[in-house]
Design a binder for this molecule. Structure first.
Ligand SMILES: [Zn+2]
Length: 184
């Protein structure tokens, strides 16, 4: 890829996906990407691949994530549930921004000797996506606890708590620009 050339965002869709629906999705992805990149710079150093799943089982198999998740970023690729599932989401744009933010974090920390801790990856993605840190009055979760709950949450509410705590932990850890730049 030549320097200065815009990197492509490629949607890999199952055969038979209606072209207008695909174009709308592509448009939303491009807008989400533009919002992130305006503030934080390029998401990655290669084309962004978005895999639209044919079925929920297909999504879970490709992403290695729970069938209940709407989208997942893994190994430089964004995985999305089928269009019919995405259509039921309350705020698809926020989901796309958040998952693209995970790709951005992954790409910035790619050359780091240590893997990015779960709480940092999750909290940074939220911060990059422009999600505010939910306030908390009193002591917050320990980072080790956040990591445990993010990795294997007993239920949805606990997973939500872990996300919120991760987002706050990033606010306490320093500036987003610095956390993206510096290896954990
Ligand atoms: Zn996330």
């Amino acid at each position: 890829m030549m320097a200065g050339l815009a990197l492509a965002l490629v949607v890999l869709a199952p055969p038979g996906t209606p072209a207008p629906a695909l174009e709308r999705l592509q448009g939303r992805l491009e807008r989400a990407r533009a919002q992130l990149e305006a503030e934080h710079g390029p998401i990655g150093s290669a084309d962004i691949e978005v895999q639209l799943a044919a079925t929920t089982s297909d999504f879970a198999a490709r992403s290695g994530r729970s069938r209940r998740e709407a989208a997942a970023a893994a190994a430089g690729r964004l995985h999305l549930q089928p269009l019919a599932v995405l259509a039921r989401l309350e705020d698809l744009d926020a989901v796309l921004r958040h998952e693209l933010a995970h790709l951005l974090v992954e790409s910035r920390h790619r050359r780091c000797p240590r893997a990015t801790p779960r709480w940092l990856h999750e909290g940074l993605a939220g911060a990059v996506a422009g999600e505010p840190a939910p306030p908390l009055y009193g002591p917050d979760l320990e980072k080790a606890q956040i990591d445990r709950w993010l990795t294997s949450p007993p239920d949805e509410p606990v997973l939500r708590l872990a996300h919120q705590a991760a987002r706050r932990a990033v606010d306490r850890a320093g500036s987003v620009a610095l956390l993206l730049q510096r290896c954990p």
